[in-house]
Design a protein around this ligand. Structure first.
Ligand SMILES: [Zn+2]
Length: 320
């Protein structure tokens, strides 16, 4: 049995940092609900689809935007996740901090995009603030964190441990791993112990052309993800972490559905539901999480699947 974590990073952006108060209501509607001429494909749609298939999703909800726009919109997001029975965990995009109406600490006058741009003490404040805000609006127990844009470092892990958060999911061998300074000279590919917390790295694989890629709905074809799930099961891997976003089933302009991404998401739900004897889709609040262990080589995906995905990408660019 392979433990699968279907993780959705939930966040919204106001198309730059000018006039964000005026832009916020529309940005919230587009990013969170994802209305399109053919129906919603945002957070509510994704959470309902998972539930229809009997799957528990993990939603890393970005909490720091609420320092500007208040707890009400954060509460609405958490409600959409919780009413479908899924798990809320902590996501922090620190580029929001200098936009707060009442700064959470001194020295926030400039924009700092990544967690690793803050000191150990500051990171503790951001983690505590974010978690307190989620819990205040009914998230339930928060015990896992993912840094915005995977921009964490070893201080982040130590700060999480200090704050009593046992799990982290910020390590991505394709994005920010080298800059993090965590585990230099090797790739983390499965559950491991790092700097006082248990790390669940993003699942990565080598494509047919040898490049390292992570398992993301918007970036991998269905046959790639399904093939990788079978390979990971066969190899005895202990965890498989898939990434998506609340807005990932939308086109770039956020006004129409990305039909290819919607089809992938639906097919993955059906696949995991059909093969629940092999894949256990779960959250971090479940008991008996897999234990840290050895780090296997990244999975591999054959060349024809890479070629097929490239065809899909061309189609999406033209028609989405
Ligand atoms: Zn994010």
């Amino acid at each position: 049995m392979l433990n699968v974590f279907l993780t959705t990073d939930v966040e919204l952006w106001c198309d730059g940092w000018r006039d964000i108060d005026a832009k916020f209501p529309d940005a919230f509607r587009r990013y969170i609900y994802g209305p399109t001429p053919t129906g919603e494909v945002g957070l509510r749609y994704q959470a309902a689809l998972l539930r229809e298939h009997g799957l528990t999703g993990v939603f890393f909800v970005e909490a720091l935007f609420s320092g500007r726009f208040g707890l009400e919109p954060l509460s609405e997001i958490v409600g959409l996740v919780r009413e479908q029975g899924h798990e809320v965990q902590l996501h922090l995009h620190t580029e929001w901090v200098d936009e707060w109406l009442v700064p959470p600490m001194a020295e926030v006058e400039r924009k700092r995009q990544f967690m690793r741009n803050w000191t150990f003490e500051q990171q503790q404040i951001l983690i505590s603030e974010g978690r307190a805000r989620l819990e205040k609006v009914g998230s339930g127990t928060v015990n896992c964190h993912r840094a915005g844009s995977f921009g964490f470092n070893a201080d982040t892990l130590r700060a999480l441990a200090r704050c009593g958060i046992a799990f982290d999911a910020s390590y991505d061998a394709c994005h920010g791993a080298r800059e993090s300074g965590v585990a230099p000279g090797r790739w983390l590919t499965d559950v491991c112990s790092e700097s006082g917390v248990v790390e669940f790295p993003m699942t990565v694989y080598r494509t047919g052309t040898g490049r390292l890629r992570h398992a993301q709905i918007g970036a991998c074809s269905s046959s790639e993800i399904e093939g990788l799930l079978w390979s990971a099961l066969e190899a005895g891997q202990r965890s498989f972490v898939v990434l998506t976003h609340n807005f990932e089933l939308l086109n770039a302009a956020k006004d129409r559905a990305d039909d290819v991404a919607v089809a992938r998401f639906r097919r993955l739900c059906a696949f995991l539901s059909r093969h629940r004897d092999c894949f256990r889709v779960r959250g971090f609040n479940d008991p008996a999480l897999p234990a840290p262990g050895p780090q296997p080589e990244p999975l591999r995906s054959p060349l024809w699947k890479t070629a097929w995905r490239n065809c899909e990408q061309v189609y999406r660019r033209r028609y989405a």
